[in-house]
Design a binder for this molecule. Structure first.
Ligand code: ADP
Ligand code: MG
Length: 362
């Protein structure tokens, strides 16, 4: 038998090992480029953002630009809409008296959308419940506690979105009660997702997935040319794994649920979502509700509103208005059942058809 040549004995294996290392190295550079996708992450609004961009050819400079653009976009939304920042635009408005207050286009836009969704949800979505959210210890400041009935009555008198007037041409917001205090936590994450989408589009990106604290928006296909798939978390505070997987094509999805943010006093569970009709935390067996909508701002606010209304009233309202919503209910034995509206099923069906027609779009 002939001896293998030195080339075959040393050089080829060396080339093979180098190629393997190079492949692994380049796949994981800067947050990873797995199957043609780049992942960017960062903290914001007391939670985290994740953005995936399906563009395998992005060079380091373009990736850096994408990353700083996202960081600046979410920081600007936070600086306008945070209750946790004393010097945010929202905090200044909250401290302002009853004279017209000039607000930025962004703040005016989100207040206007909040009024729309307030109407759509029959008043269930109401950003003026802030003082109640804070009284129960879910806002900035005081720790969790249960306020007295007298205190609740007094706080309820300060709420109601009809006490806010917007003048779009003058660019002002007017509080008709000096103590009116807005909490945008039920809509601001979705709004930030939409602003990040705008920013990515301006950079020429058309294939992406944006997620901030569970609110999501996608456009186009992922790095493998498939439709983006999003896991709706199992509504169980002790688990953190995806339950149902939902394909999202050029759509936003927001989820509102009580399985993560609540506390217990004397065996009673207190949710961070307030029913504006009673001033009290909601109390029903809805584990979570996810809403599909082209705007993540709207999806976020509608999901919060449907969560207030609960499994029966919320479901009926969603059906009546053709809202694509998936309700997950907790049974008394601790198991979960899903209840999707016809519009939700239709959206999913259309997505499946798009996938069948074009399983992989490069
Ligand atoms: P999550 O995604 O954390 O479940 P949501 O989008 O449902 O949150 O928003 C919940 C937050 O909205 C609460 O923490 C509170 O600050 C605020 N909020 C509570 N009740 C209401 C309400 N009825 N309408 C609008 N915002 C509310
Ligand atoms: Mg919300």
């Amino acid at each position: 038998m002939e001896e293998p040549s030195p080339l075959r004995r040393f050089l080829l294996p060396a080339v093979f090992v180098f190629a393997l290392f190079a492949l692994l190295f380049f796949r994981n550079r800067d947050g990873g480029n797995r199957s043609g996708e780049w992942t960017f992450r960062g903290p914001t609004m007391g939670t985290a953002w994740t953005v995936k961009v399906a563009d395998p050819d992005l060079d380091k400079e373009s990736r850096d630009l994408i990353e700083t653009t996202i960081q600046q976009t979410v920081a600007l939304v936070d600086q306008r809409m945070s209750n946790w920042k004393d010097d945010s635009e929202l905090s200044l408005l909250n401290r302002h008296d009853t004279s017209p207050y000039p607000v930025s286009g962004e703040l005016l836009g989100i207040l206007d959308r909040a009024i729309d969704i307030h109407r759509l949800t029959g008043g269930a979505f109401d950003i003026t419940v802030g003082p109640l959210v804070n009284a129960y210890g879910f806002g900035p400041g005081d720790p969790p506690r249960v306020p007295s009935e007298d205190e609740l009555k007094e706080l309820l008198a300060r709420t109601g979105l009809s006490k806010l007037t917007l003048n779009k041409s003058a660019g002002t917001a007017t509080k008709r009660h000096a103590d009116l205090y807005f909490d945008l936590s039920g809509i601001a994450k979705g709004f930030a997702v939409d602003r990040v989408a705008d920013a990515l589009e301006q950079l020429g990106q058309t294939k992406y997935m944006i997620e901030i604290g569970g609110e999501i928006r996608t456009r186009g296909r992922n790095g493998s040319g498939e439709i983006w798939r999003i896991g709706v978390e199992q509504p169980d505070p002790t688990l953190r794994e995806a339950g149902r997987i939902i394909p999202l094509l050029d759509t936003a999805m927001a989820t509102s649920g009580e399985y993560r943010n609540f506390y217990e006093v004397g065996g009673v569970r207190y949710s961070h979502t307030i029913d504006p009709r009673t001033g009290k935390p909601i109390d029903h067996h809805l584990a979570s509700v996810s809403v599909l909508h082209k705007s993540c701002t709207s999806a976020d606010a509608i999901a919060t509103g449907l969560n207030v209304l609960g499994p029966d009233e919320g479901y009926a309202l969603a059906v009546e208005h053709g809202i694509a919503a998936l309700f997950i209910l907790e049974r008394s034995n601790g198991s979960f059942i899903e209840h999707a509206t016809p519009a939700f099923e239709t959206t999913l069906q259309r997505t499946r058809e798009a996938e069948l027609a074009d399983p992989v779009v490069p």
